[in-house]
Each structure stands twice: as structure tokens, then as C-alpha cells.
Design a protein around this ligand. Structure first.
Ligand code: FES
Length: 67
């Protein structure tokens, strides 16, 4: 089993759990955390992280794995 998991929240962010490092396009890292919520809706004012704006933006997406 992988040490890192990505949970796709219905109508919300990607919850990434595990020892992940998020890097910007220049290779600089954000603060390292055991869990991060990455914006999936594109409306966050704190990209790449979710700030909860998906709720007021009424973002809708609830994909399911086939397996
Ligand atoms: S997914 Fe939460 S602000 Fe975009």
C-alpha cells in the first residue's frame, strides 16, 4: 500500500495524505505537512490550496473509480 493517498472530496478539494512536498513551478516548496487540501475548483484565493471557496462557487464534481 502506498504511503501517500489522494482522496477526491465530492464537490471539493483533493485531500493528499502522507509525507508530501508541494513544489511551485520554480521548484520551491511550500510548507511540508502530513495532509494538504489542493484546490480542484480553481476558485481558491490561496492556490494551490483549498480555502473553502468551492462551497460558495457551488463547484460540483463527484467522480467515482470504476474498480
Ligand atoms: S476546491 Fe476548495 S477552494 Fe477550490
Amino acid at each position: 500500500m502506498a504511503d501517500v493517498s489522494i482522496n477526491i472530496r465530492d464537490n471539493g478539494p483533493y485531500l493528499v495524505k502522507g509525507g508530501v512536498v508541494v513544489l511551485d513551478a520554480d521548484g520551491n516548496s511550500y510548507e511540508v505537512k502530513d495532509m494538504v487540501a489542493l484546490c480542484r475548483c480553481g476558485h481558491s484565493a490561496n492556490k494551490p490550496f483549498c480555502d473553502g471557496t468551492h462551497k460558495t462557487a457551488e463547484f460540483q464534481s463527484a467522480p467515482r473509480a470504476n474498480g
